[in-house]
Ligand binder design. Structure first.
Ligand code: SAM
Ligand code: SF4
Length: 454
């Protein structure tokens, strides 16, 4: 095969799978590559390098990446193309990917992105010379926080900002501690400087990220101290965070949420199960009663706050009665939204080593459907309670359905949609909206005229 040598800046196309932390990491990778002269393209047909930033949390994330890889085979037969797999799947499946997937030229885990530009250059040069070396960087670090790298963000109102990396919790179902390594917190001064930079770039909202933000610790700075300092940065309008672990929720953080006008009144509080035996098997370190007491405490200090959650259905040996405990808890709490997953066994985790994945697939599917159905009704009821009230929306841009409508987010994270006609709004503005209609996910309403909203 006679392939043509590329004589210009190498074009990179990046696809991101999984959580917000992966989106943030993609922005880090863009910054590292840009500094070495790479350019970017949205069009994979024009790319010299295709990178997939992957997730390993559930099996369906793996399946998606494998199917994308097989799509690349045809492109790679016709021209030079370097394919790289980044992120949690690269870290978790390094041997398997290297042995079974000849298409992959470079693998880089979440702590190894500084080595990526060199690995890509080596792979590009090797292809041009007709050889095929493979680049592998999957060492986990106890220190890497990329504190000195300013992520290359795409325009937008919100910016993700990782304040810590890794996780030490080892919940028995979860692969994250194996793919992202030990927990480490970033220097607060770096976080504050980055927030100031974000304001200067026009971002209005920052979402602080970590697998377990309430264990953030740097010197005598805890997370409550950090989020307050970020919210105090002049020009920032809203601060969000995800995820706190219910086991060690500091009262100071609840007070910060209640007391600081820039910290959004929304907490994502992953539940996983409402049954004590299952929670214990999962290694979650809280009971149903403790979770409910925390919800009460949050609502006492923050009436009206929105709570959302994550739930896993069909964890090892979960009985119907135990599943019903989760249903009852979901009813009792009345979450604004819930992300509901079928348990997916992950290699190397404590559950994979100790507990058989014995709940039949059809039962898992049925349990997910039952919770989703219940949660849909709860969310609709809660959203309809807001009809007749005024919410403040941070304008993000056009609504998904129509360029004639604005879309923004309320403080409690709900999507808000209203007509552009006669509107004074611009992306980044905070606009009061009188709610006239509500669906399961969206509030619809009218802009409150400026003289009435003063
Ligand atoms: N750190 C967060 C916490 O403590 O809840 C969650 C991070 S995890 C990447 C996001 C969600 O994925 C979890 O809350 C859990 O519901 C879900 N998840 C993790 N491992 C899973 C698995 N093996 N099967 C199904 N869902 C899983
Ligand atoms: Fe996974 Fe548990 Fe860590 Fe969350 S806290 S990332 S679920 S191990």
């Amino acid at each position: 095969m006679n392939l043509v040598k590329i004589d210009r800046a190498h074009r990179v196309h990046i696809e991101t799978f999984g959580c917000q932390m992966n989106e943030y990491d993609t922005e880090l990778v863009r910054s590292l590559l840009k500094a070495r002269g790479f350019t970017f393209t949205e069009d994979r047909e024009r790319a010299d390098v295709i990178l997939m930033n992957t997730c390993a949390v559930r099996e369906n994330a793996h399946t998606k990446v494998y199917s994308h890889l097989s799509d690349l085979r045809a492109i790679k037969r016709q021209r030079h193309l370097v394919v790289g797999v980044l992120g949690c799947m690269a870290q978790n499946l390094k041997e398997e990917l290297m042995e079974t997937e000849p298409l992959v030229d470079v693998l880089a885990g979440p702590d190894s992105y500084r080595r990526l530009p060199d690995l890509l250059m080596q792979a590009i040069e090797a292809q041009e010379q007709g050889s095929k070396p493979r680049g592998l960087a999957v060492d986990l670090s106890e220190y890497e926080t990329y504190d000195d790298i300013l992520p290359e963000r795409t325009d937008g109102i919100n910016a993700w900002l990782a304040v810590m990396r890794g996780c030490d919790n080892f919940c028995s179902f979860c692969v994250v501690p194996y793919t992202r390594g030990r927990e480490r917190s970033r220097d607060p001064q770096g976080v504050i400087r980055e927030t100031e930079h974000l304001v200067a770039q026009g971002h209005k909202q920052v979402t602080l990220l970590g697998q377990n933000v309430n264990s953030y610790l740097f010197g005598n700075w805890d997370f409550a101290h950090l989020i307050t300092a970020v919210a105090d940065v002049p020009g920032i309008e809203r601060v969000r965070f995800t995820s706190p672990h219910p086991k060690d929720f500091p009262p100071a953080l609840l007070d910060a949420v209640a007391g600081h006008p820039k910290i959004c009144k929304h907490i994502h509080l992953p539940l996983q199960s409402g049954n004590d035996r299952v929670l214990d098997l999962m290694g979650r370190s809280y009971t149903r009663k403790e979770y409910l007491a925390l919800v009460d405490d949050i609502r006492r200090r923050n009436p009206g706050i929105a709570l959302t959650t994550d739930i896993i259905c069909g964890f090892c040996s979960e009985t119907d009665e135990e599943f019903l405990d989760t249903c009852r808890l979901v009813q009792d709490v009345g979450f604004h939204a819930a992300f509901v997953f079928k348990y997916s066994e992950r290699a190397r985790t404590i559950a994979a080593r100790k507990y058989p994945d014995d709940v039949p697939e059809a039962v898992k599917t049925d349990r997910v459907a039952r919770i989703v159905d219940m949660q849909t009704k709860i969310a609709l009821r809660k959203n309809q309670e807001l009809i007749g009230r005024t919410v403040t929306a941070l304008v993000e841009g056009d609504s998904k359905r129509s360029s004639e409508q604005w879309m923004g987010k309320a403080d409690n994270s709900l999507t808000v949609v209203w007509e552009k006609s006669g509107s004074r709004a611009r992306p980044g503005d905070l606009i009061p909206i009188s709610v006239s209609r509500a669906s399961v996910t969206t509030l619809f309403g009218q802009e409150v005229p400026a003289r009435q909203s003063r």
